[in-house]
Design a protein around this ligand. Structure first.
Ligand code: ZN
Ligand code: FE
Length: 255
């Protein structure tokens, strides 16, 4: 039986996600951006929280943990390298570890860049990637702790997952990301089409997450640092992709 996945807005621009195994009723929140919003999502779905899967230590991803833990007793799983900054953590995980939510099975992928201890959760059978603040729809996370080389290696790792993977990221930044993407990759027809679609969906008040990894590979400028068009856009024609990525990330920081 496939997983039930519910996506909902939290705080000003965070995205909350609940993943449930219908057979056992086990249900995980991906991060806990906001206690009240997660509670509301649980009430709406009628699901019972059993796990919280934390991607990284930033307050807008962990602030809801203590209240939700008190109320539900959910098991809190998070990155070992950031355990000291994650309240009520029960289990510390790292690259290659497996987390189970009922019969659902997620693999931990180390994704340094936004923070050094950041992790993503890859549910292969469900074709779902919970990427936190690493890979966004049409964007990527800011480099608070890691180097551009760290983030580029992380993005290459994620890009190796199947094209039909649904990407669940930590923020609804897609429209702003689209404006930058159009500036960096103006001749990309697939991007132009996607940007128009995003504009319409946001105007209707809809979330744009999840997206498909295949469409990210075709339209996300940070996954396209190998393309000559992107290298040329940052005046680095012929240079290595990691260098092009670094220049794109620096440009986006000023954009
Ligand atoms: Zn963050
Ligand atoms: Fe965040």
């Amino acid at each position: 039986m496939p997983a039930d996945i519910h996506v909902f807005p939290c705080r000003s621009d965070n995205i909350g996600v609940l993943v449930r195994d219908a057979a056992s009723g086990a249900c995980a929140a991906i991060d806990a951006p906001e206690e009240a919003a997660v509670r509301r999502a649980l009430a709406e779905t009628g699901w019972r929280l059993t796990h919280i899967l934390v991607t990284h230590k930033h307050p807008d991803h962990v602030e809801g943990i203590p209240g939700l833990k008190r109320e539900t007793g959910a098991t809190v799983i998070g990155p070992a390298a950031e355990a000291a900054a994650i309240p009520d953590i029960d289990r510390r995980v790292a690259e290659g570890d497996v987390v189970e939510v009922g019969a659902l099975r997620g693999e931990v992928i180390a994704t340094p860049g936004h923070t050094l201890g950041h992790i993503a959760y890859w549910f292969a059978r469900e074709r779902a990637l919970f990427a936190g603040d690493t890979l966004f729809a049409l964007g990527c996370g800011r480099l608070f702790e890691g180097t551009p080389a760290d983030m580029w290696a992380t993005l290459e790792k994620l890009a190796a997952l199947p094209d039909d993977t649904r990407l669940y990221c930590g923020h609804e930044y897609t429209l702003a990301n689209a404006h930058f993407a159009l500036a960096a990759d103006p001749d990309n027809a697939a991007l132009a089409k996607r940007a128009a679609d995003i504009e319409a969906r946001r105007a209707r008040g809809e979330l744009t997450v999840p997206s498909l990894l295949g469409e990210e590979k075709a339209t996300n400028p940070f996954l396209r640092a190998r393309e000559q068009a992107l290298a040329a856009a940052v005046n680095l024609a012929g240079r290595p992709a990691a260098e092009v990525f670094a220049a794109l990330r620096a440009w986006k920081d000023r954009f």
